[in-house]
Design a protein around this ligand. Structure first.
Ligand code: URA
Length: 422
């Protein structure tokens, strides 16, 4: 096959056959198809899109480019969640052990922070000694020990996605719905799951700000999941303001621990209970009392015990999390009814303090971040403390500028519900 013919098919608006896709992706992963030809195909997909069946074929070829996480020693159902990411989204840290406590195993392959969003792996690595780079055998051992594991993608899993994602990043081709949907689903399908829940975020702190775009992504991912007969639910949840209070790695782990002790911010608990109940229902473990089962795991200490087993199995030596040397209060610049005009800026404030990377591989300061204590609709007076900056002397001015740009007053806007109905 001449890979340029595959590019021509897509360039001219056609659908790619299973053979074209399989040969092209196998050639790309093996190095025979160069990056410049692959980027021409990606641009074609970006412009033309993919038909539903074609996208399932594309996702299957990505999945077949590598190994799968077979976990033969793990009995019982396996499930996972994917979130499109946001500010203060630490749901995975509480959800995975809560599900484990309810008898559903969670072999979660997770990612690192991107731009204004923090990554689950970075958050977990604020726990002393904890390792996220696990082999497949180690991951299985951790799941057997604790009922869940949260680890980085290995070289063997979906290598086509690793290469294509880097190429999309380098060529300005990340924001394509079929490419995003196939990238996410191929990695989740490689986990060998019995059920999946997709948390698609909307609002100014989300990857896709507009709900309409989020819905297209959600429906596209659902269509792929149906093509693989993977029971899947999608939830559309608000990222108009940070989830919970904490934004920053160790600060978020502390908040997840509060949630695992039956406390913590109500919006965080609500999402953990909703997404957890979806997975208990999809796996058939619990239907009518699914929400109550997750709530009982949080309130009764079994989720917290699973968390401790899991992080210990991943190498944690203690739960003494790093703390920043200084805390600076940040006050409302004006009086009125508070709005979050740009939630992304709150994530960028935490990143500016040293919690984000400016280049891949850069070291992070796990101790820093923002405690965001205000909610949309609060009546505030100029000078009221809205946030705390936990810092180590770096990036404070930048963080304050981000927070100033994040808020507005008296816009008349009403916050969307945390979880959209349906
Ligand atoms: N997350 C992914 O895993 N892939 C994308 O393409 C975008 C976000």
């Amino acid at each position: 096959m001449d890979p340029r013919d595959v590019v021509r098919t897509k360039r001219d608006g056609g659908a790619l056959s299973a053979e074209q896709i399989a040969e092209f992706l196998a050639g790309y992963v093996a190095g025979g198809v160069p990056d410049y030809v692959a980027s021409a195909l990606l641009m074609g997909i970006f412009q033309v899109g993919m038909l539903p069946d074609e996208l399932v074929r594309w996702t299957r070829a990505m999945l077949d480019s590598g190994a799968r996480l077979e976990l033969p020693r793990v009995a019982g159902p396996k499930a996972d969640k994917h979130s499109t990411g946001g500010v203060g989204d630490k749901v995975s840290l509480a959800l995975a052990p809560a599900l484990a406590a309810c008898g559903v195993a969670v072999p979660m392959i997770s990612g690192r922070g991107l731009g204004h969003t923090g990554g689950t792996l970075d958050k977990l690595e604020s726990i002393p000694g904890l390792r996220t780079q696990l082999t497949r055998a180690e991951l299985e051992d951790v799941v057997l020990e604790a009922g869940f594991a949260i680890a980085a993608q290995t070289a063997e899993l979906v290598p086509a996605d690793r290469k294509l994602y880097a190429l999309r990043d380098a060529t300005g081709l990340v924001e394509s719905i079929p490419l995003i949907a196939s990238s996410i689903l191929s990695k989740k399908l490689a986990e060998g799951l019995d059920a999946l829940v997709l948390d698609v975020k909307f609002g100014s702190g989300a990857f896709l700000v507009e709900l309409d775009r989020g819905r297209v992504l959600g429906e596209t991912m659902l269509a792929i999941a149906r093509g693989f007969e993977l029971p899947t639910r999608v939830r559309y949840t608000s990222m108009e303001q940070p989830l919970g209070v904490a934004v920053g790695h160790a600060l978020e782990v502390r908040e997840a621990l509060d949630c695992l002790a039956g406390a913590g911010p109500p919006d965080l608990r609500e999402l953990v209970v909703t997404l957890g109940a979806d997975l208990l229902a999809e796996t058939g473990v619990a239907v009518d009392d699914a929400r109550a089962r997750i709530a009982a795991a949080l309130d009764g200490g079994t989720a917290r015990a699973a968390f401790e087993r899991g992080v210990r199995a991943q190498g944690a030596t203690s739960l003494e999390l790093p703390a920043a040397a200084r805390v600076l209060e940040w006050s409302a610049p004006a009086s009125g009814v508070l709005d979050v005009a740009d939630c992304r800026r709150i994530g960028l404030a935490a990143a500016a303090l040293g919690g984000g990377r400016r280049a891949p591989g850069e070291a992070l300061d796990h101790a820093v971040g923002v405690l965001w204590r205000a909610r949309i609709g609060d009546s505030v007076r100029a000078g009221d403390v809205l946030a705390e900056l936990h810092h180590n002397g770096r990036g404070v001015e930048g963080a304050r500028e981000h927070l100033a740009a994040a808020v507005a007053v008296d816009t008349g806007r009403v916050a969307a519900p945390l979880v959209l109905p349906g």
